[in-house]
Design a protein around this ligand. Sequence first.
Ligand code: ZN
Length: 419
Amino acid sequence: MPMRPPFCPNRLCHLHVDPDSREAHGLRRRRWYKRNGFYHTKVRGAVRRYKCLACRTGFSEQTFSLDYYVKRTIDYREIVGSVTTCRGVRATARSLGCSCDSVTNRVSRYARQCISAHARLLAELPFTENVVADGFESFTVSQYFPNNIHLLVGAHSQLLYFIDYVSLRRSGRMTASQKRMRAALECIYRAPAQALTASFAELLEHLRDRFLVSTLRPLILSTDKKREYRKALAMNADLAGARREGRLVHQRISSRTARTTSNPLFAVNYIDREFRKDLAEHVRETVRFARNVNHCMERLWVYLLTHNLYKRYRINDPVSVERTHAAEAGITEARIQGAVRLLDTRRRFLSFEHLEAAQRRVWCRSHLTPLRDAAKGVLREISKAARSGEVDLDRVKKSLGIESLTVTRQQYLPQYALA
Ligand SMILES: [Zn+2]
């Protein structure tokens, strides 16, 4: 049976309405489009075309599919299974017999679905448990550009409520040659100042929104002793006020405290361990690392949804017990079903999503990747010079015959992601 288009995909048309809204319900009874023949594709044969009678925009059945525009279908479950079980992109591509770009493209599509499902899952959901926040440390591209991936996790459920990525300056002990290298690389990309506080402030905004609809008092937020956390908390008027009145308690624990289950930071320590073993790019001391921040976060979003909804709460639970992190956080089965409905078939449209800034950055691929703009050969020359003595960037340019150390590279962002 042919599908009935749920709404007009042209975002400027007045019939571009949220498929879950009352207007969309009304559209189901109206004749607002006409059938407009077929077009032929190699991958799925004849595809029906439609035309909106209001704005005259043409579209097809495929417009509403997660596989919009693809020239080859790949099972999303295979891809999700791979990226969440420590398999790299190249190994996944080899096993599926497709290109690495096809794998990253499908992960990218699926990550947007996961962001949308997560936002629906948590909308207006109050906290029924205390929470723990921390920054997971890893790096992208080079050890000279470490990151913090901020996490807000349920203390009991270990549900991941919030994630955000922030690039940091490399600090700690460095040899003279490493210092030269860092200084030279920072002429190409420098991590933004105060980024850690700003990103944590976003985490606190997420916490605030949920705190205001919760009745759990006092709510305990546990973190380690990073100064930036305290600073960001003081800057959030609502949470700082709640803290003064005793409705919110900020518990600060030394990050050197033994990582046992009785440690108040257990939830983030647990997530830390899960990331290290389940995500190829975060396995320590290996040749596996992320090359692009946007891809890294897309994989993490796919992992987040899998962790929250499908992973067993405790691996040693008896087979008959089906606890998940979401259920432990008090999310009902009906809510879960509503959020994941048609997750791997029906494409979610940005215009109907209510996203936080951190989610929007991943959806729109607007994270900056360190050194991505370095001109060809520049990194090799800098590394060579740093090992042997001072780095003269003018000499690097001259030896490569280039005017600038950087070139502008657009981040790939397909138009359909913005519809
Ligand atoms: Zn229209």
